[in-house]
Design a protein around this ligand. Structure first.
Ligand code: SIN
Length: 277
């Protein structure tokens, strides 16, 4: 199998072809994809009609799989999260976020498969947190180094959304009780590349611990805004059976919610990660 790689944006992103993700891939192919993920931060694959089982099998080659404590999952395979958005289940991921930073050990990767798409719209943007960090001036980087920020599950998952039926309410309450707010460094070092990246996100980060509330709010507003700088992002226009595989340690993403009342259905496998440092 010859893997081909084409970059799609300056800061991050490459399209990978010559690989069939429904196959049991060889270890050299998995290693190559792992290296490409570190290099490009997000890999896109076109035309990969994988089943949920093949999706989970591919993801599990990179680590153990996370089961989302709040979001719907496939009943027969809870390692596959279901993002099925429509007028009866509104999108809530149209904000810049890194997945599951409310955990002490946030995921190392997300693998998203497009199953059902609107006629137009529903693109996703990813931003490179290392590219953002590298645009900051040396004095600002120095100021941010050594700071820590708190991340909370309740910021992105407000109780009202999950209170509409007793089963989802009780699952939500258990998840919140199990995930008290956690602290992570504001600047994270990638455990493989050694590259530094900003590790705060609008979805889950509530405040910087060492600053006063007003200072924290102002600094975070500035840092959150940097994720959306177009030159530091890549935008993907989905086709059914596309797959995106991102390094969650060094990226944020934003799913554009411009398609209602049409429906958009995605499956996500999430690979567990390490404690940020
Ligand atoms: C996500 O927020 O993890 C999924 C993004 C998307 O639905 O495009």
């Amino acid at each position: 199998m010859t893997i081909q790689v084409t970059r799609v944006a300056r800061a991050l992103g490459a399209v990978v072809s010559g690989v069939d993700l429904s196959d049991e891939l060889s270890q050299p192919d998995i290693d190559r994809l792992g290296e490409l993920l570190i290099e490009h931060q997000i890999l896109f694959f076109r035309g990969q009609p994988i089943t949920p089982q093949q999706h989970a099998r591919f993801a599990a080659r990179f680590g153990t799989l996370h089961v989302h404590p709040i979001y719907p999952v496939l009943p027969e395979l809870p390692e596959i999260m279901l993002i099925d958005t429509h007028p009866g289940f509104l999108p809530d991921n149209d904000n810049w976020h890194t997945d599951v930073t409310f955990s002490q050990t946030p995921p190392m990767a997300g693998i998203l498969a497009a199953k059902l798409l609107p006629a137009a719209g529903g693109d996703t943007l990813w931003s490179s947190s290392s590219a953002v960090y590298e645009t900051l001036s040396a004095p600002l980087r120095l100021f941010l180094e050594g700071l820590t920020a708190q991340h909370s599950v309740a910021k992105s998952f407000p109780a009202e959304r999950w209170a509409n039926d007793p089963a989802s309410k009780s699952r939500y309450e258990r998840a919140v009780a199990k995930h008290p707010p956690v602290n992570h460094p504001v600047v994270r070092t990638h455990p493989v590349s050694g590259r530094k990246g900003l590790f705060v996100n609008e979805g889950f980060t509530t405040h910087i611990n060492e600053l006063s509330p007003h200072e924290s709010q102002a600094v975070l507003a500035f840092l959150f805004a940097q994720a959306g700088r177009p030159e530091l992002t890549v935008r993907w226009n989905w086709k059914v059976d596309d797959i995106a595989f991102w390094d969650n340690r060094v990226t944020q993403h934003y799913a554009i919610a411009d398609y209602l009342p049409e429906r958009r259905t995605m499956h996500r496998a999430t690979v567990n990660g390490d404690k940020p440092f």
